[in-house]
Design a protein around this ligand. Structure first.
Ligand code: GDP
Ligand code: MG
Length: 672
């Protein structure tokens, strides 16, 4: 069914009016119709197109994958009239019918070209570019985007060109594109289809058409189709950078339409929501007042206000009423309408008026977003460059180069391990800070085990042998001490395990960092660490137990013992005045004094032992062990890169390209 939609919608007068920087609330402009009729100065034209072009170019670079771009998203319940509005705006016949027709986001770029030329449309998705050119099309002074030209020249793109004068054929190809992306039938997908329409009869505008909100699944649709569609819509409208264009039919209860509810959810203050009321010719008589209240922002207030439009009804479509005639019919409709007539003067009715408002809103929005966009691109670019550095240096292809690469990688690893073990690394998770904390706990524990010994069972008089009161034997003294010291064994071994875990974590941290891209090297190093740690742990455990055996001997230099005894009893003892049999000097005091010495020895000895074997020796052994990898030299195997590394690198490079291109666009834009 050909719809001769050659669009003369906006031929005269040019619909654009002065862009007003401060004017956000288009609702308040009462004198707009005058502005609309007024001639548009060429410098104003120039002030609109470049902004929209810039964003279009950024989008074709794919930058929306990295950050949100200012855009207009069209949402509405099914059959609310979205396609009709877009069709009227663009003059291009879009797929239409019942059920979900828009199944992928469709980016509609409208570009006004100098009057006198015919139209051209370019449909692009994935690597396909399909051009529809009117044979009489003469390229006007539009800046064909650099990127689009590159794509057309790029042999990886599949470029088709049709020459004919009927825009309605575009519809078929959009449908075919959707079939290709979302599968035949009724599914949806979030891949973008772009349709660029250049014509003297369109306004300068880019908007994204989204699938209509479905209430009940139709045959063959997944049960959760409603949610799928809502999620897709959400992705667009929740972004602060999106102007939400909500299409609601006048003949329904507006407040309950799902689309408006969703827009309210993401934009409760109505700052970035624009509403279009469709089908004013289908309302019930008597409801006009209510509808006017809505248009006048009295029911659900929206900063950017409401516009009422009347598109072609099904009958007019069936009768092949051309779009330009429909525009006249629309105007007549409002002029002859008893209630809605005033909306024309208030700038709140007709497609034409809508187009002007949208362009204004969009450009306003873009201008506001630009500085931030620029910042974001700079920051992302910096991040990507930095991250890429980690991925950039892959091993050289030739064996000799690869071996050299391996040597350097291992050397770098060893340096890191050495600085870890010598405590040169300064960071918040510094290994030595953690170790010191554990050693302090050990020290605290030792201190907590100090006791007066006077209540100890062995020392009680009940355990007396044949000795007189006040006498005690040295064997008893020894055995009390030995038993008490033995209780330290368990916590000592526990300390060893804790320290081992901490050190292992740090060592494997260095492994992951240094061998990030090489899983074989990683697992080899981790195996080595485990083996070495295991041997070292056994060794340390043995040494700790030996230390406990040494402690069983009960020994210290006399002067040291006497010093502690003096401290504890507050009496002065020296070697020629030994406390032998001194009745003031209780055995328990003597025990306490000696235990102080044990505590001091243990507090230093164990940490030194553990650190020496578990860290220092381990690090040395690991370094030598890693270097020995060079002897066997399964270089290729060791430097094997995981596929996700190459995927990540490719991804980062693509992002880098996109962001660089975007930055270039923005910087040339601002210096233009
Ligand atoms: P979509 O599902 O939101 O894209 O809705 P469509 O644009 O396909 O419109 C649904 C039906 O409503 C179609 O039959 C249109 O012709 C009809 N329609 C859209 N706008 C108007 C209007 O302003 N007046 C009348 N009478 N019918 C309209
Ligand atoms: Mg539709």
């Amino acid at each position: 069914m050909p719809r001769s939609g050659i669009l003369s919608l906006f031929s005269t007068p040019d619909p654009r009016k002065a862009y007003d920087d401060e004017e956000e609330d288009s609702d308040s402009s009462q004198n707009g119709s005058e502005q609309m009729k007024g001639a548009v100065h060429s410098h104003l034209e120039e002030s609109i197109r470049p902004f929209i072009d810039l964003i279009d170019t950024l989008r074709s670079v794919g930058i929306q994958k990295d950050l949100a771009l200012p855009t207009i998203a069209v949402i509405g319940d099914q059959s609310s009239g979205k396609s009709s509005v877009l069709e009227a705006l663009s003059g291009v016949a879009l797929p239409r019918g019942s059920g979900i027709v828009t199944r992928c986001p469709l980016e509609l770029r409208l570009k006004k070209v100098t009057a006198g030329v015919k139209w051209k449309a370019v449909l692009s998705y994935r690597i396909k570019i399909i051009e529809f050119v009117d044979s009489a099309f003469v390229a006007g002074p539009i800046k064909a985007s650099k990127l689009a030209n590159e794509k057309v020249a790029d042999p990886t793109y599949d470029v088709k060109r049709f020459e004919f004068g009927d825009p309605s054929l575009v519809e078929e190809h959009v449908a075919a594109a959707q079939n290709e992306l979302a599968g035949r039938g009724v599914g949806i997908c979030d891949e973008l289809i772009t349709l660029e329409v250049m014509s003297p009869d369109v306004c300068d505008l880019t908007l994204i058409d989204l699938p209509g909100i479905a209430r009940v699944p139709v045959k063959g649709q997944p049960q959760d189709i409603g949610n799928q569609i809502k999620n897709l819509i959400m992705k667009f409208i929740e972004k602060q950078e999106t102007i939400n264009l909500v299409v609601v039919p006048c003949n329904l209860d507006i407040a309950t339409t799902e689309a408006l509810k969703m827009a309210q959810e993401v934009d409760p203050d109505g700052r970035r929501t624009v509403a279009i009321l469709t089908k004013p010719d289908l309302i019930d008589k008597g409801t006009e007042k209510n509808i006017l209240a809505i248009v006048h922002n009295k029911v659900i207030p929206l900063r950017k206000g409401y516009t009422m439009v009347k598109c072609r009804g099904q009958q007019q479509i069936d009768e092949n009423i051309p779009l330009e005639e429909a525009t006249q019919i629309e105007r007549d409709f409002f002029q002859n309408h008893d209630h809605f007539r005033d909306l024309l003067n208030e700038d709140k009715a007709t497609i034409k008026c809508l187009a002007v408002k949208l362009t204004q809103n969009l450009v306003d929005h873009i201008k506001k977003s630009l500085p931030q966009l620029n910042q974001q691109i700079k920051k992302k670019l910096w991040d990507v460059k930095n991250e890429l550095k980690e991925y950039e240096t892959g091993p050289p292809k030739d064996l000799k180069g690869a071996k050299q690469f391996l040597i350097e990688t291992l050397k770098r690893f060893n340096d890191q391990i050495n600085s870890l073990s010598s405590g040169e690394q300064m960071s918040e998770e510094n290994l030595f800070v953690q170790l010191r904390a554990e050693y302090k706990k050990w020290n605290d524990h030792l201190n907590s085990t100090k006791t007066s010994f006077s209540h100890s069972k062995e020392m009680s008089q009940k355990n007396r042998g044949r000795e007189l009161v006040g006498f005690s034997n040295y064997k008893l003294f020894e055995s009390v001490l030995q038993k008490h010291v033995a209780t330290l064994k368990k916590p000592a071994i526990e300390l060893l395990y804790i320290i081992k875990d901490i050190i292992t974590t740090h060592l494997t941290g260095v492994v992951s960092e240094c061998f990030r891209n090489y899983s074989v090297l990683q697992s080899t190093a981790k195996d080595k660490i485990n083996n070495i740690q295991l041997t070292q742990q056994e060794k340390t455990e043995k040494r700790i137990l030996e230390q406990f055996e040494l402690e069983n001997m009960v020994y210290t230099q006399d002067p040291i013992y006497l010093k502690f005894l003096t401290d504890i009893t507050n009496e002065k003892f020296s070697e020629d005045q030994l406390p032998f049999f001194d009745k003031n000097c209780k055995y328990s005091k003597m025990l306490e004094s000696y235990y102080e010495i044990v505590v001091q020895r243990m507090a230093d000895q164990l940490p030194m032992m553990i650190s020496f074997f578990m860290l220092k020796q381990t690090a040395e052994l690991l370094s030598t062990d890693m270097l020995s990898l060079l002897d066997g030299a399964e270089v290729r195997e060791l430097l094997f890169e995981d596929s996700d590394v190459s995927i990540r690198r490719k991804d980062l490079r693509e992002r880098l390209d996109r962001l660089s291109a975007a930055q270039e666009e923005i910087s040339t834009f601002s210096t233009d």
